[in-house]
Design a protein around this ligand. Structure first.
Ligand code: GLC
Ligand code: CA
Length: 577
């Protein structure tokens, strides 16, 4: 079209200019919304069909031998991630940071920490990601900054500093903090700053002062940070610690509960500094900005029940598209507890977001493992969260059956809260150890000395070895992820619970029109016999066609009237009418 216009005489050009600019506007609007186009007949968005994968950049792949993973390291592993079946990676904070909380103390939101690379490396990763069909999600730490951020440096410089009110400063009660709030990482949530003789507030470490979200300038600055990254091709954010954004303006004392916590502080109910209703105003505003770029917002949403989780989607689905169901990580490994929880989540109306692990909690291999059947259990849990209706977020190394490698001596602990809480809270080092790539020293993660030690299990649980073994945990992940991408019923089908009184075997259908997939998970250490009559669900067939199983079955079909299950085993089959 523009070529055609160029051939016109200038008088004509003047006449058609308004139409031309309209065209340009339309092209831009189209581009802006192209990411939010539905990917199927159900109107689902890309993130509803995608599999997300959390990368702790310090620990994924080290490209320059300093013992710390980096962006170039991640870039070198995109082929692996693609072949695994990953569509988006969430990189935990890689911005400039003093690394007190390993990146969750950000000192500049619009740059990359030299330890992880440069903005140029980020662009390379983003471009290469695009070629691989892998989108980049960054971790947006909006509750607090580092105490080294220039905003805080200014804020603490004097009571009349331009950015004084960007943080939460108060006079003490004499020499005591303004109220009884305690930091969730131990000690008081207030630190006295002698220069201006006031206390500042921090929900986390003292090096992580809370931003004052009641100040419109803070609000605008953070919205702009999100715009800045969208322009650089970021497909969305995982929003850190959203519950903690607001504090009671009157700073009332929290109710004190009996006993003390792992750090020796009195237990309290975070009534006045957690989950205040204003959080939702901020989420709506971040969403408006995200929508302009077709981006997705994922939330670190620790909730007590599904009703609370539901609030994060927003009353008009105008807050987070993907609030994480972290309650899922707290369930007991039993058919009944999963069945009950999944039913409630699935019926709640929001698009479910299932997670089994992350950089703050003990790895699922240790949490669910019984010490005897850990590999089999890891395959059961993979087959569960990757076949449910909803989006799954993996944590690096779960696909290998990586286990925690916890420090045994206080002096080895890197996570500050582990030193403060030792030995009751040993910190989070154990779940953050280097990715296990092969059997070479340090599991192929680094040519130098890794920042955290690799567990001995890397000899058997690593990408290279598991790739060669068709029955490895990695092979199960690959198969289930491949199915999940191709199978209409797994992508879009309803979740229908089956045999609901069975306390050992969790079974369900994913049903889409005339197609259905049957998922059967023996969550017990005993062999089980099970049978299905799926007439009421619209599938009077007596046969399932095997799609994936962890058992040695000699036939491609199984009879629904009699399926024999090995202990901790998986059967996934297709049904037809
Ligand atoms: C979130 C992060 C955690 C971090 C904390 C403070 O909970 O997941 O790793 O320490 O926020 O930013
Ligand atoms: Ca490095």
């Amino acid at each position: 079209m523009p070529v055609y216009f160029l051939g016109k005489r200038s008088r004509d050009f003047m006449l058609i200019r308004p139409r031309f600019s309209l065209l340009i506007v339309l092209i831009f609007v189209h581009l802006a919304h192209s990411q939010s186009k539905p990917v199927d007949a159900e109107g689902h968005q890309w993130w509803q069909h995608a599999v997300f994968y959390e990368i702790y950049p310090r620990s994924f792949a080290d490209s320059n031998g300093d013992g710390i993973g980096d962006l170039n390291g991640i870039n070198s592993k995109l082929d692996y991630l693609k072949s695994l079946g990953v569509d988006a990676i969430w990189i935990t904070p890689c911005f400039p940071s003093p690394q007190v909380d390993f990146g969750y103390d950000v000192s500049d939101y619009e740059n990359i920490d030299p330890v992880y690379g440069t903005l140029g490396d980020f662009s390379k990763l983003e471009k290469n990601g695009k070629q691989h069909g892998i989108r980049i999600i960054l971790d947006f730490v909006i509750n607090h900054t580092s105490d080294q951020h220039k905003w805080f440096v200014n804020s603490r410089s004097s009571r009349t500093a331009a950015k004084r009110d960007w943080y939460i400063w108060r006079d003490g009660n004499g020499s005591q903090p303004p109220n009884n709030w305690v930091s969730i990482f131990g000690g008081p949530a207030w630190t006295f700053d002698a220069r201006t003789a006031q206390f500042y507030y921090h929900y986390f470490y003292p090096q992580q002062p809370d931003l004052n979200w009641r100040n419109p300038a803070v609000h605008d600055a953070m919205m702009n940070v999100s715009r800045w990254w969208y322009k650089r091709g970021v497909a969305g954010f995982r929003l850190d610690a959203v519950d903690a954004l607001f504090e009671d303006p009157q700073l009332r004392d929290n109710p004190v509960l009996p006993g003390v916590n792992k750090y020796g502080d009195p237990n309290e109910e975070n009534k006045y500094n957690d989950k205040l209703p204003e959080v939702h105003d901020v989420l709506r505003d971040l969403r408006k900005v995200a929508d302009k770029s077709g981006a997705v917002l994922i939330g670190e949403t620790w909730t007590k029940d599904v009703a609370e989780l539901k609030q994060y989607y927003g009353e008009h689905s105008n807050e987070l598209q993907m609030p994480m169901d972290l309650m899922f990580t707290e369930l007991k490994f039993s058919a009944s507890s999963f069945r009950q929880h999944i039913a409630t989540v699935d019926a709640s109306g929001g698009w479910p977001v299932y997670v089994i692990s992350n950089h703050d909690i003990v790895r699922s291999y240790n949490r669910y493992g019984d010490g005897q059947h850990n590999d089999a259990i890891a395959k059961v849990i993979a087959s569960l969260y990757l076949t449910l209706r909803g989006t799954a977020i993996m944590y690096y190394g779960e696909e290998l059956g990586m286990e925690n490698n916890d420090p045994v001596r206080k002096e080895d602990v890197k996570d500050p809260k582990g030193r403060l809480g030792w030995p009751l809270d040993i910190g989070r080092d154990g779940e953050r150890t280097p990715m296990q790539w092969n059997t070479s020293p340090n599991a192929g993660f680094t040519a130098g000395k890794p920042w955290l030690p690799v567990p001995a299990s890397y000899k058997t649980h690593n990408v290279e070895s598991e790739q060669k073994d068709p029955s490895s945990i990695l092979s199960v992940y690959r198969q289930v992820l491949a199915l999940r991408h191709q199978n209409r019923a797994l992508l879009d089908g309803d979740y229908i619970a089956l045999n609901e009184n069975d306390t050992n075997v969790l079974s369900y259908l994913r049903r889409y029109n005339n197609e259905a997939v049957l998922v059967v998970l023996n969550m017990s250490a005993q062999p089980q016999q099970i049978s299905f009559d799926l007439t009421a669900q619209g599938f009077p067939t007596k046969i399932a066609h095997t799609l994936m199983t962890t058992m040695n079955l000699d036939s491609k079909n199984v009879s629904l009237t009699e399926i024999s299950l090995e202990p901790f085993s998986v059967y996934i089959g297709a049904l037809s009418r």
